[in-house]
Design a protein around this ligand. Sequence first.
Ligand code: C5P
Length: 209
Amino acid sequence: MSKNVIAIDGPAASGKGTLARRLAAHYGYHHLDTGLTYRAVAHELLETGTPLDDEERAARTALSIDFGALDRTVLSAHEIGEAASRVAVMPQVRKALVEAQRRFAATPPGTVLDGRDIGTVVCPDATVKLYVTASPEVRAGRRAAEIASQGQPADYDQVLADIRRRDERDSGRADSPLKPADDAHMIDTSDQGIDEAFEAARSIIDAAL
Ligand code: C5P
């Protein structure tokens, strides 16, 4: 029997990451936050002073990313997310990371992957596909609170503008744009907390397993 794969997509700060971690813990599955893989490439380019649009260097960097050593604390900075969305438009970078993501997805007994193109491109045959979303205003509020909790200055209007720009770049790119798969279940977290979102996801997944 093939492995169970739970694919979770959605825009920045939609709550998909928290949901993915909770679901992975609940089902005893391995979890990969694929955003971190794009962030790791962006981080390496920034650290080495490489222009973010150098596709050849970026693709070589993508091939060298160690999925077992992705450090969320180091990679979580808002600016790295912004740089990651610029790196993520390049087909050669996507090709390298998607191949490694697919290998990860096949790990027994099952996996949860979250990102932008998991249900549409990385794992089109996933057991269950969820698309997690929330209004830009709610997402900006969450992201601003997160930045403030890290002791950094957070300007809500600036964060909202960044979120809108990132949504536009992620949804508008030619290669693997952010969009729900035709067979994805929609979860809108604008008016619900993580516990409610988790329960909604769990009943969808239990029905499919
Ligand atoms: O989810 P996170 O904010 O960490 O993702 C950073 C950026 O990486 C996204 O804005 C997006 O451009 C890119 N990404 C992607 N495909 C994925 C995951 C992330 O293009 N599967």
